[in-house]
Design a protein around this ligand. Sequence first.
Ligand SMILES: CC(C)(COP(=O)(O)OP(=O)(O)OC[C@H]1O[C@@H](n2cnc3c(N)ncnc32)[C@H](O)[C@@H]1OP(=O)(O)O)[C@@H](O)C(=O)NCCC(=O)NCCS
Length: 102
Amino acid sequence: MIGQITLYRDTGHIRQAAGRTELGYLFLPQAWGHGYAAEACAAALDWFASALPGEPVVLATQTANVRSMRLAAKLGFTEVERFEEWGAEQWFGMWSPATLSD
Ligand SMILES: CC(C)(COP(=O)(O)OP(=O)(O)OC[C@H]1O[C@@H](n2cnc3c(N)ncnc32)[C@H](O)[C@@H]1OP(=O)(O)O)[C@@H](O)C(=O)NCCC(=O)NCCS
């Protein structure tokens, strides 16, 4: 195992995500920089789009997390808002099936 991708119905740990499906990703540092996370997330979103057509997916990450921000943009997430939480600026984005890029 080199990492994990999660898609789960948010129960409200982030107010903006409550009741929505949220994407999470977490890979071991030695697996970074190979495109594995992008490939795995794209496959998960592709599956999600056929399982629940038309439903958006949300994502929250710290703006200071450069790799995560780059991955979110690559996957086609667009910014909804930024907010302060856990002592840092957070980025909240949304993805819809039509915005998935390659
Ligand atoms: C966020 C995270 C998953 C990103 O991992 P990542 O490996 O940078 O993401 P990608 O899969 O998009 O890979 C992109 C890198 O692979 C490189 N790459 C190498 N071969 C590649 C290929 N064949 N195809 C695509 N990209 C490739 C890209 O050039 C890019 O490198 P760069 O970052 O040096 O520019 C990872 O940093 C992580 O697990 N962090 C800890 C957990 C975390 O912060 N999660 C978010 C909390 S909300």
